[in-house]
Design a protein around this ligand. Structure first.
Ligand code: SF4
Ligand code: SF4
Length: 103
């Protein structure tokens, strides 16, 4: 969570409009997660179905077609919705309880 000073109600735009683009990057929402998508690299074929399916755009890729590869999930922003695991045709993503990863 950002340590930014919270705005008073008089400073908030009418209707709570978001007036600046890219503001979601300021807030690391990964700590909302109760389930974590575990990427099983040995099963992954880099079919590229999961990266555009993620509503938080937190499955990074590298390279260009036809040699594009997915990389590890950005857990600063992954909310654990499980969509990536649902869409993966190779069962290369398993949802696991986040509590098992807390140190
Ligand atoms: S669990 Fe949801 S937010 Fe996290 S990487 Fe998968 S699709 Fe994205
Ligand atoms: S959908 Fe599955 S196989 Fe395809 S890139 Fe994602 S994890 Fe890999």
């Amino acid at each position: 969570m950002s340590k930014e000073k919270l705005k008073g109600y008089k400073e908030i735009p009418i209707g709570g409009l978001i007036t600046e683009p890219g503001s979601a990057k300021k807030f690391k929402t990964g700590d909302w997660r109760s389930f974590r998508p575990v990427w099983l690299q040995d099963k992954c074929t880099h079919c590229m179905i999961c990266p555009p399916s993620c509503p938080d755009d937190c499955i990074p890729t590298e390279g260009n077609l036809p040699n594009i590869k997915r990389k590890e999930t950005d857990f600063d922003y992954c909310k654990g919705c499980g969509i990536c695991a649902q869409v993966c045709p190779f069962k290369a993503i398993e949802m696991k309880e986040e509590s098992g990863f807390i140190k």
